[in-house]
Design a protein around this ligand. Structure first.
Ligand code: ZN
Length: 199
């Protein structure tokens, strides 16, 4: 008997499942699903995550918490500034192609330190500049927008990375055009806990 088989058939339903979890989290009505030893046993030989999350490493944005999910639910890549590179793309392709995950969410967030560093032009001797450099196109995109420049750039980066993923050849673009995968940009507000879908 397979208790872990989710009743998910497409990306839209997966997205609704994520947003339902976020509403529970906002309202402090969490169910903490799939966090028991029984669940651990159910998924010991296979995984079938219903969503990929590409999000920021920021300690205030843990996907399983803000979406009220548990083990085997979310395939997560976290990197400061939710930027993209080939290794991250490879991880995402593995989930989309081999695990048949129907949804990728690119999740930016408010008050992002990495985006702030990019705006301030922080360099230094280490490798943080690699990240801030990757955010530069988002800074250009957001520079004339009214409102908070850090949050605007984080939103712009989520949109840019989403488009990169949708167009990525040969794997993801094919899954998208075949209707097997959707990629959505989103933005998490650290103060309210709300995840907003960007268009
Ligand atoms: Zn961040």
């Amino acid at each position: 008997m397979d208790h872990s088989k989710p009743d998910i058939i497409n990306g839209d339903q997966a997205l609704e499942k994520l947003l339902a979890g976020n509403r529970r989290y906002i309202d402090s009505r969490q169910r903490h699903p799939n966090q028991t030893s029984r669940r651990r046993a159910e998924i010991s030989n296979s995984q079938e995550p219903f969503a990929v999350i590409l999000g920021c490493s920021d300690s205030r944005v843990p996907p399983e918490v803000i979406f009220d999910r548990g083990m085997g639910d979310l395939f997560i890549v976290r990197i400061a500034g939710h930027v993209m590179n080939d290794m991250i793309l490879g991880s995402i392709e593995y989930a989309a192609d081999h695990l048949h995950t129907p949804l990728i969410m690119v999740l930016g967030h408010s008050k992002c330190g990495c985006v702030t560093a990019a705006i301030q032009g922080v360099n230094g001797e280490g490798h943080v500049a690699c990240l801030t450099e990757a955010i530069r196109p988002a800074l250009l995109e957001a520079k004339d927008q009214p409102g908070d420049p850090v949050n605007n750039a984080a939103r712009a980066n989520a949109n840019i990375v989403t488009e990169q993923l949708k167009r990525s050849k040969p794997v993801l673009s094919k899954l998208v055009s075949d209707g097997k995968l959707i990629v959505v940009p989103a933005f998490y507000d650290i103060d309210t806990g709300v995840v907003e879908i960007l268009s």
